[in-house]
Design a protein around this ligand. Structure first.
Ligand SMILES: [Zn+2]
Length: 268
């Protein structure tokens, strides 16, 4: 278990879904409050991610007793460091024991925006309903449901993804072993075979640091929800999202580059 720190509280405020609990080890020297100085959040006024700071006076002062943090509730209020106009507020309940501090977020204002990725939204446009539900589930921490929706979306769109990869490779190499491997992924073969094929069906430039996103995708697809708890499923749902996002954005950028090069040179 992690020892509670300002950083833990910051991450918790920024990312924890409402009504979710998280437990930490109590530090050797207990905190006097849950308050922290700063978080990062999206400012609606500045229209970008900004630091938000707690501008409230901390009280106390010389000679006052500093009480140790005890079980109860904490109110957080942060203002955008740039415009000062936008305030973000959080309510947190804390349960303090001899060894641990357990916290729950029970309020957040303004309501957290769901993170929709425009590229993915576009790619999944035929399954926008499923994608929307997957996003809602991810942001609420409903891992099992998020994983189920994500798997469904991938199963329905995997061939289009393979098309994109193939199109990209064909633009430079006509006869690549990778194209043959991509073709092998299409027929109804055993999932266990597909995982190893997928690991060899991507060009180097789509394998950052040796991490093969297509292989990962097939591996995650092969796993059912039955054996995993909510947290593990949530991680898998996020993995699927990250793999797809990486491949689609890389392929789109390369296509755009190719097209603009062609139109430049073609005109000469
Ligand atoms: Zn602002």
């Amino acid at each position: 278990m992690e020892k509670i720190s300002d950083k833990c509280i910051k991450v918790f405020l920024e990312t924890a879904p409402l009504y979710s609990w998280k437990e930490f080890k109590k530090p050797n020297l207990n905190r006097s409050s849950m308050w922290i100085n700063e978080i990062d959040s999206f400012c609606e006024t500045c229209n970008q991610e900004r630091p938000f700071q707690d501008m409230r006076s901390r009280g106390g002062g010389a000679g006052m007793d500093i009480k140790a943090l005890s079980t109860g509730t904490s109110f957080f209020q942060f203002s955008c460091a740039s415009c000062r106009g936008n305030q973000h507020e959080y309510l947190v309940e804390q349960i303090v024991t001899d060894e641990t501090i357990k916290i729950q977020k029970y309020g957040e204002r303004p309501r957290k925006k769901l993170e929709r990725d425009p590229l993915l939204q576009n790619f999944f446009s035929h399954d926008s309903d499923c994608y929307e539900k997957a996003i809602v589930c991810i942001s609420n921490g409903y891992g099992i449901a998020a994983f189920a929706y994500m798997r469904r979306i991938i199963e329905r769109n995997i061939n289009e993804l393979l098309d994109l990869i193939q199109e990209d490779i064909s633009s430079t190499e006509i006869e690549s072993p990778i194209i043959a491997n991509l073709a092998k992924l299409r027929p109804e073969s055993k999932m266990s075979d597909k995982i190893s094929i997928a690991n060899q069906a991507l060009p180097e430039y789509l394998i950052p640091e040796g991490l093969n996103p297509l292989g990962r995708l097939y591996k995650v697809l092969s796993e059912g929800v039955h054996s995993y708890d909510d947290g593990e499923c949530l991680n898998r749902a996020k993995t699927i999202q990250a793999c797809i996002k990486f491949m689609i954005s890389e392929l789109a950028a390369r296509k755009k580059n190719r097209d603009s090069f062609k139109s430049l040179i073609g005109g000469l």
